[in-house]
Write a protein that binds this ligand. Structure first.
Ligand SMILES: [Zn+2]
Length: 143
């Protein structure tokens, strides 16, 4: 296809090409990967470690209290990473949207009835919206 293969630019351009693999990071090393249990397919594999955020920490704490902690490192394996990234982006977008919506409602409430009760109700609405957004929760992944 490309006549002048010796040119670096041409090689790069064709490498970027079409095909489903083009979105993947080429030649990415296994650095940063850890052995653990994949949270998507539950397989014991090497994968990208999950970031311990507030929710994971809370779940770990509860499990430790109930003595059902298994001490598994949570990862997302290479086979599930694309699917998981989509889920995470979805969650982040949802969280942002719900928070904005809750905030608008809280401000509207204060606007129509400026009182401590309205402020409290507005805060409750905002909190409920944020909790609701967690239906789609997907943890952040270290890459
Ligand atoms: Zn997996």
């Amino acid at each position: 296809m490309t006549k002048r293969i010796s040119k670096k630019g041409a090689a790069k351009r064709s490498a970027r090409g079409r095909g489903p693999e083009s979105g993947l990071v080429r030649g990415a090393p296994l650095a940063g990967m850890a052995a653990g249990v994949c949270i998507v397919c539950s397989g014991k594999l090497r994968g990208h470690p999950i970031v311990d955020d507030y929710l994971i920490k809370a779940i770990r704490y509860i499990k430790r209290r109930l003595n059902i902690e298994q001490g598994n490192r949570l990862v997302v394996c290479e086979g599930c990473i694309v699917q998981h990234r989509k889920k995470r982006a979805d969650f982040e977008r949802g969280l942002l949207m719900y928070s904005a919506l809750g905030l608008i409602l809280a401000v509207l409430l204060l606007f129509f009835n400026f009182s401590l009760g309205s402020l409290a109700t507005g805060m409750m609405i905002l909190l409920m919206f944020i909790i609701l957004a967690h239906v789609k929760y997907a943890p952040k992944v270290n890459v």
